[in-house]
Design a protein around this ligand. Sequence first.
Ligand code: SF4
Length: 164
Amino acid sequence: MEKENLPPVSFAVLDQVLDLARANSLWPVTFGLACCAIEMMSSAMARFDIDRFGAGVFRPSPRQADLMIVSGTVTKKMAPVLVTLYDQMPSPKWVIAMGNCAISGGPFVFEGQYNLIEGVDKLVPVDVYVPGCPPRPEGLLEGFLKLQEKITGKRRFPGPVERW
Ligand code: SF4
C-alpha cells in the first residue's frame, strides 16, 4: 500500500486508556490552608476512605502530584506560594476549590477587607468547586467523582439524582 493511502494513526484509544488511568490514580499534593483542610484529612481516614477512588496517596512534593485541593482561606501572603506549588506540578494537573473561602472568600468577604484572595480561580484554573463552610467529606468525594467524570467523560458511580 502506498504511504499516502495509509489511514491516519489514531491515538484516541490510547488517550482514553491514559485518561482512565489518570482519573483513577489522582495524587493530591499535601496542602491545606485552614479549617476545610480538617475535612479533607477526614476524607482520607477509614470512615470515608478516599483511597476507594484511587486518590489516597497524598504526595509531599508537588512534582509527584497531579491534583491540588485548595482547602481553606487563601490569603494574599499565601498566594505566591500556592501559585509556585501549582507551577511545580507536572501536567496534566487539576484543581479542586474546596469550601466557600477557596471559591469566593467565604465568610471573610466584607467591605474593606485587605488580606484575602476572593476566589482561588483568580490565581490558578479551577476544575471543580465544592461549596460549603466547610463541605463535609462526602462533598469532597462527590467533587472527586465530578473530576473523574471531567477527565474520562463518564461518571463512574450513579449521582444523587439517579440514585433517588
Ligand atoms: S469555608 Fe468555612 S470551614 Fe472552610 S476554610 Fe473557610 S471559614 Fe473555614
